[in-house]
Design a protein around this ligand. Structure first.
Ligand code: DUR
Ligand code: ZN
Length: 156
């Protein structure tokens, strides 16, 4: 079945978008952005009910900047792993922000089937924001793909 039609994430309306926006806004306030002055906060619901979040962290070597989504993925892994069911990120004014291309790829790795994202243009699925994505499923040699995981990362 097409991931966008699976229901692991539940219906978009049932997802806790308000709580995610609040967590993203709280994370945004922790951003380290002396160069761009463009704080970003990201938050996501995991498949076991946690909310993980992250902020952008810039660097004097500008290109080394970590997007908020990088920080979120790191927190996901450090707090028990799992998969992302719903994702939201906000700018300094609290407005929804579309993750940059690199971050869509980062999020794709940890998506739950049917993962939903709150974006500037409304609620979208991962498939919609990153169609025909490259992922662990393309690493044909099992030795090089995510150890012991299936396409969606669940252990079997
Ligand atoms: O998806 C994105 C896009 C941009 N930024 C950050 C990086 C940089 O610090 C600032 C301006 O690009 O916004 C993120 O955190 N996530
Ligand atoms: Zn990014």
């Amino acid at each position: 079945m097409d991931e966008s039609t699976t229901t692991t994430a539940g219906s978009a309306a049932d997802l806790p978008w308000e709580a995610l926006a609040e967590a993203a806004t709280a994370a945004m306030r922790k951003a380290y952005v002396p160069y761009s002055n463009f704080p970003v906060g990201a938050a996501a619901l995991t498949d076991d009910g946690r909310i993980v979040s992250g902020c952008n962290v810039e660097n004097a070597s500008y290109g080394l900047t970590l997007c908020a989504e990088c920080s979120l993925v790191s927190q996901l892994q450090m707090t028990g792993g799992g998969r992302l069911v719903a994702f939201s990120c906000v700018d300094g004014d609290g407005n929804a922000l579309m993750p940059c291309g690199r971050c869509r790829q980062l999020l794709y790795e940890f998506r739950a089937p049917g993962m939903q994202l709150m974006t500037v243009s409304g609620i979208r699925t991962m498939d919609e924001v990153l169609p025909d994505a490259f992922g662990p499923q393309h690493l044909a040699d099992a030795g090089r793909s995510a150890a012991g995981t299936t396409e969606t990362g669940s252990t079997e």
